[in-house]
Design a protein around this ligand. Structure first.
Ligand SMILES: *Cc1c(COP(=O)(O)O)cnc(C)c1O
Length: 480
């Protein structure tokens, strides 16, 4: 038996490369990464590829391995090139993500050490590192010491964590669901709806609160709805506001909504996945005033802190509620019970084993300090306002309200013909060019084009290019 064990050991040796092999591997990957970053200014934000990445299927897995150069060639051609380039400063569609380099190095540390960040007993330092990051986020949001949170894979899961916490904290039982009311505006992100369904709340009453002319939640209408529901013996259970909607970047009036939630004993949740980190700026603090009054907050460090995808966060003002909602017992984890100086992430989410998310957020913040993040966020806010001011000067264009944060909606009003069709073609024309990537939305039947400025690589030259491209493309379409 020993002989056979040794034989398989030898045959699996590739899984533990020698130092020399490790150096070759990391050098090849880092050279690739370097080259990628260096060439970004000349790389398209959106690459229309006819095969749509299907070439990857020509390289199925096999018993025998391949060289790193072969792997990188395949990766570049079939994975990296087709479609959106989220690392591009020309990415102005949806909500741009980040990808700061130091984060990637943090991921290397996390993956190579493979610290088990789910349980305090297993990795006390890793868990404390994540708590420290959560504490910092809670502080900048104005939350008290009692707040607890969790680093998640993104905003959608964080919304689910918060909604499950609301359900448990409000002691909502299955038989109460039909009588419970959830309020949110028409511009609320769809992950909220998904989370309600997953959390077993699909049968709750949902009230879509109308928005005002700035696309912010109309609080007078919210209160009227709540009063109506109370009179009809419904229970106003949960109010969800957006600290920056995905559609238009509108910041709901959080202070006023908090007062209504308190008056009628509702849980108040704020989805700040897009806009939360703008509290690092004076402008953002004003726009998001009252965020500290809500019961739970969702943030997306992979948006407002420019981290790579896979970084969200949930914060709960009364942290005990987050833990109570994710309680569990497991006999095989009994050894961990004696070492409980700190809460374990496994007690605060649906996950047990998980990516050690701390280093990708900690390393850039620790290396660079907070100041450059604050500066970049200020730059984004100003770029959006600059765009809003300039697009209206271009012939034929009109814009939505002055941006609360860093999203602007606008459209071209053609001399004749269907405006919605025209703007649809305008977006298509811009995407086909590929230097900048933008997207659209429809509000009250009107097709709007939108830009969201949140990539750390988006600067004045990208906004100027976008303005020129829009004018040029619209002029061209107007003639055809
Ligand atoms: C992006 C976003 C989400 C979803 O977050 P993911 O990280 O993509 O899962 C939720 N709400 C708002 C307001 C967002 O902008």
């Amino acid at each position: 038996m020993k002989e056979e064990i040794k034989k398989w050991h030898q045959e699996s040796a590739a899984l533990e490369p020698t130092q020399e092999e490790r150096t070759t591997l990391s050098k090849a990957v880092l050279d690739f990464a370097d080259d990628f970053v260096e060439k970004l200014p000349d790389t398209l934000a959106y690459h229309v590829e006819d095969r749509k990445g299907s070439g990857i299927y020509e390289h199925p897995l096999s018993e025998d391995g391949h060289s790193i150069n072969e792997a990188l060639k395949i990766f570049q051609e079939h994975v990296n090139e087709p479609g959106l380039n989220p690392a591009s400063g020309g990415h102005l569609a949806y909500i741009p993500g980040g990808g700061i380099y130091a984060s990637a190095m943090g991921d290397v540390l996390a993956a190579v050490t493979n610290k088990f960040a789910g349980v305090f007993y297993a990795s006390p330092g890793a868990v404390r590192l994540e708590h420290m990051l959560v504490r910092w986020m809670a502080e900048i949001m104005g939350y008290p010491e009692s707040a607890v949170g969790n680093l998640t894979s993104g905003g959608s899961i964080a919304n689910l964590n918060a909604i499950v916490t609301a359900r448990e904290a409000m002691n909502l039982k299955a038989r109460d669901v039909e009588n419970a009311v959830v309020y949110y505006s028409a511009h609320t992100h769809h992950s909220v709806q998904k989370a309600l369904n997953i959390a077993g709340l699909a049968e709750a009453q949902v009230r879509i609160v109308p928005a005002d002319d700035n696309f912010r939640m109309d609080t007078a209408k919210l209160e009227a709805m709540v009063v109506n529901d109370v009179a009809a013996s419904f229970r106003p259970f949960l109010i969800i506001a957006s600290a920056g909607t995905t559609d238009t970047g509108a910041a709901d009036p959080l202070e006023k909504i908090a007062a209504i939630a308190q008056k009628y004993h509702s849980w108040f949740h704020v989805d700040a996945a897009f806009g939360g980190f703008f509290v690092l700026t004076e402008h953002g603090q004003k726009a998001l005033r009252g965020i500290e009054c809500c019961n739970s907050i969702v943030l997306d460090p992979h948006k407002g802190l420019f981290l790579p995808y896979g970084s969200g966060a949930v914060l709960v003002r009364d942290g005990k509620k987050l833990r109570d909602a994710h309680r569990f017992q497991a006999a095989y984890l009994q050894d961990t019970a004696d070492s409980q100086d700190e809460l374990s992430p496994a007690e605060l989410s649906a996950e047990l084993s998980r990516h050690f998310r701390g280093p990708r957020m900690w390393l850039p913040l620790f290396l660079h300090g907070i100041a450059p993040f604050r500066a970049a966020l200020r730059e984004k806010l100003l770029l959006a306002r600059y765009f809003h001011q300039e697009i209206r000067k271009r012939k034929g264009f009109e814009a939505g309200p002055e941006p609360d944060l860093s999203i602007v909606i606008f459209r071209y009003v053609p001399e004749s013909g269907n405006a919605n069709d025209f703007n649809k073609r305008l977006v298509r024309g811009i995407v086909r060019d590929g230097r900048v990537f933008l997207s659209s939305t429809t509000i009250n039947g009107i097709f709007w084009i939108r830009i969201a400025v949140l990539s750390f690589r988006t600067h004045l030259e990208h906004i100027d290019l976008t303005l020129d491209l829009l004018e040029e493309t619209a002029g061209h379409l107007q003639k055809t």
